[in-house]
Design a protein around this ligand. Structure first.
Ligand SMILES: [Zn+2]
Length: 271
């Protein structure tokens, strides 16, 4: 996300933006290089008119490069102004190490890195703690042996983002779900197992309205069935109350108008 005021941004925020700009810059550079090579070939082969058609795309990519550089300048300046901060990179291959700089002599120009921007500005001891055996011995020579023997807990920003998304989805699912107050599945007589709050509310409303219909038609004949519907409604009410930390009375009052509406809309006409 673009940063309005670098002086109030955290190292992680600044580096995250610099990483994003770096990727955009690299893509645009690839575009310029690729298109320029094509233009050269076309001109060599005497097809200048096609070469001319590629110019606007080259110009646009050059513009992107200039914009990325302009946007990065105040962020780099802020890094300098604060006297720098810790940064960490993870080499993107199996068993890749964590380095404090991409200029580490154990790496090569072709080495692919993930910038661990979430660790920017963090204590080096903490970075080494998380990296465990993935900590580069050149970059972190003082890391204690017991830390070096631990498995790495390092994650790339992409992995962290995916995990956060997954947690968000699980949370959304949990928000829609319902169980009995003790956490076991909510089982009812007439509606089977109820998994979602939506179904729970709908079943509660149906149970009470239908029980009312049976009562009106022949309370003596339907006594057991009516009791079953009331029992289901009670189970659902208890589950809703437990989920939301509300009293059953409170929820009963909230749902009463909906039971009434269902009765008026449907069951009353059947009696
Ligand atoms: Zn290193």
């Amino acid at each position: 996300m673009p940063i309005d005021d670098p002086t109030t941004a955290t190292p992680s925020e600044i580096d995250e933006e610099l990483a994003r700009l770096g990727i955009e810059h690299a893509k645009a550079t690839d575009t310029v290089n690729g298109l320029t090579a094509r233009v050269r070939r076309l001109v060599n082969d005497g097809m200048d008119e096609y070469a001319t058609e590629l110019q606007p795309r080259i110009e646009q990519a050059r513009q992107t490069i200039a914009e990325c550089e302009a946007a990065a300048r105040p962020l780099d300046a802020e890094f300098e102004r604060r006297g720098g901060w810790t940064r960490a990179w993870l080499v993107l291959n199996t068993g890749g190490h964590v380095h404090r700089t991409m200029q580490c002599r154990t790496c090569f120009p072709s080495t692919r890195f993930a910038w661990l921007t979430q660790l920017s500005g963090h204590d080096e001891t903490e970075i080494v703690e998380q990296a465990g055996k993935a900590a580069c011995t050149e970059c972190y020579p003082s890391a204690p042996v017991e830390v070096r023997n631990r498995p790495s807990r390092i994650k790339t920003p992409e992995q962290l983002a995916r995990e956060a998304e997954k947690a968000e989805r699980a949370k959304a699912k949990a928000a829609k779900a319902i169980t009995a107050p003790d956490g076991t599945p909510l089982r009812t007589n007439q509606y089977g197992q109820i998994d979602t709050e939506f179904t729970a509310r709908r079943s509660y409303i149906d149970a009470l309205s239908y029980a009312r219909l049976l009562t009106k038609r022949n309370v003596a004949f339907h006594r057991d069935t009516i009791a079953e519907y009331h029992k289901d409604a009670q189970l659902i009410l208890a589950a809703l109350a437990a989920k939301h930390g509300r009293t059953e009375d409170d929820l009963r009052a909230e749902l009463a108008p909906k039971v009434e509406a269902k009765w008026n809309r449907e069951h009353r006409n059947w009696s």
